[in-house]
Design a protein around this ligand. Sequence first.
Ligand code: 9NY
Ligand code: NDP
Length: 515
Amino acid sequence: MSMIADFYGGKSILITGATGFLGKVLMEKLFRTSPDLRVIYILVRPKAGQTLQQRVFQILNSKLFEKVKEVCPNVHEKIRAISADLNQNDFAISMQDMQELLSYTDIIFHCAATVRFDDHLRHAVQLNVTATQQLLLMASQMPNLKAFIHISTAFSNCNLKHIDEVIYPCPVEPKKIIDSMEWLDDAIIDEITPKLIGDRPNTYTYTKALGEMVVQQESGKLNLAIIRPSIVGATWQEPFPGWVDNVNGPTGLIVAAGKGFLRSIRATPMAVADLIPADIVVNLTLAVGWYTAVHRPKSTLIYHCTSGNLNPCNWGKMGIQVLATFEKIPLERAFRRPKADFTTNNVTTQYWNAVSHRAPAIIYDFYLRLTGRKPRMTKLMNRLLRTLSMLEYFINRSWEWSTYNTEMLMSKLSPEDQRVFNFDVRQLNWLEYIENYVLGVKKYLLKEDMAGIPEAKQHLKRLRNIHYLFNTALFLIAWRLLIARSQVARNVWFFIVSFCYKFLSYFRASSTLKV
Ligand SMILES: CCCCCCCCCCCCCCCCCCCCCCCCCC(=O)SCCNC(=O)CCNC(=O)[C@H](O)C(C)(C)COP(=O)(O)OP(=O)(O)OC[C@H]1O[C@@H](n2cnc3c(N)ncnc32)[C@H](O)[C@@H]1OP(=O)(O)O
Ligand SMILES: NC(=O)C1=CN([C@@H]2O[C@H](COP(=O)(O)OP(=O)(O)OC[C@H]3O[C@@H](n4cnc5c(N)ncnc54)[C@H](OP(=O)(O)O)[C@@H]3O)[C@@H](O)[C@H]2O)C=CC1
């Protein structure tokens, strides 16, 4: 019997960010392992023309929830979507809904955040700091609350090389930042942003660090814990391998490499690729929820959910495996063949960006214009290059995260819980995981049919032939231009032609003799 699954039975659980990548995997696992839970409240905003109900319906009817429907057929009744916008005062939750949340919530998992690296500081502070503060305030009014689990990121202190499971203070107090966002105008905020974020690369990591400080400062009598996952990737095992449904982190680059847009990337092949599968993060999160509520540690514990110190893999190995998988399982309608390389300095990066990214895009757009269609490749390529520049910071450095609390928690679990809520990353085989990840990108994110693989392979063969033809034509044109201008080139050309002629004459004469 799993003690953790048992613990969540009969409980009312509040999840923010439940419509996000991690939130969905968390909800799925909760329903699947504790189908007797009372209710899951999710704070959702209407989005992209969809009502709350439509959003929930879409999630529950996705492939991710197929197993849940078998073990928990009344899942629709156990999920309660509450209209909320974390950017608004009191989250714009109705009085009635607020009363219900305050009266019944047993556990809170706070996943919502803006994960955009370049978000405007005002917006990033609002969501990653102020909303966390407001949620803590709400939590303090919940008589039944047993644990509040805050999802942060292992990169909240990425300005340090070695990171312990502690909260590192930021120079300016979060409260001062929150206050100043209320009266400073956008232009001034833009000006002070680089000074505030200091040696962090973006507003995301900075505001996540502020969010942690808020959790520490507002803890009061609450039972709190913070989880810091590194780069969250597709699922490893549960509910099935390779599930992913957004392009954040490495996923977008896998798509770009598979479609042949991404041909070179500035990365350090030996740098540790600290990826962590979404299901490992979720298993640890649920175990932490249980431990925090039942064992009530004296202080707020921080748990690193990382792979680098227990089962390291580097970007070089990962890149090779991604490309090797595309040999077997190509994506459909690729722009070019999946063939990418790492560059290590600015000059080679600029060179390959011009030759392998910009030039083919310009040529393709020219072809689209000629055939009366709207050019789009240059725009797409510019976006990819912008994304690459944002991610570069994370693929050219390595960090060390200590994992004492995570390992301590693992040792406290019963063998059954260690199996059902497995977060031991040492058991993960990277090559197998990456292969399933790439396959998952094809099937679940791009929704490509596996039956289309032979056609995709044919398409790559055609692209290869076009590539050879193009290179030969380019060579001949260059050579022709060279001959026209240089006597040396002309002499070399005549020497080669006469050599080939003599060789052919000799070959013809000898084959005539044999006859
Ligand atoms: C040796 C030989 C072999 C060699 C082999 C070679 C290799 C070949 C294999 C390659 C794989 C192996 C290496 C992998 C390295 C991975 C490194 C990952 C590090 C991650 C660190 C994360 C650490 C922190 C983790 C955390 O704690 S948090 C989670 C992380 N948070 C994010 O990842 C948000 C990022 N994003 C944004 O910050 C915004 O997206 C923004 C970018 C500003 C654009 O912003 P903007 O220009 O406004 O445009 P958007 O509207 O946003 O997007 C505009 C368009 O770009 C699309 N697109 C958005 N993203 C991405 C993305 N990633 N990748 C690609 N496309 C993307 C989007 O689909 C839309 O396309 P469309 O729909 O228009 O067609
Ligand atoms: N993905 C990763 O690599 C990592 C993620 N993390 C952390 O994990 C958590 C979850 O990340 P992930 O699932 O990847 O992120 P997603 O971007 O997939 O999900 C973000 C969630 O927050 C919700 N949200 C955003 N703004 C609001 C708002 N104003 N009101 C209500 N809800 C809002 C989104 O709702 P909506 O659907 O309406 O947009 C969505 O459900 C975050 O705290 C992130 O910092 C940490 C390390 C790595």
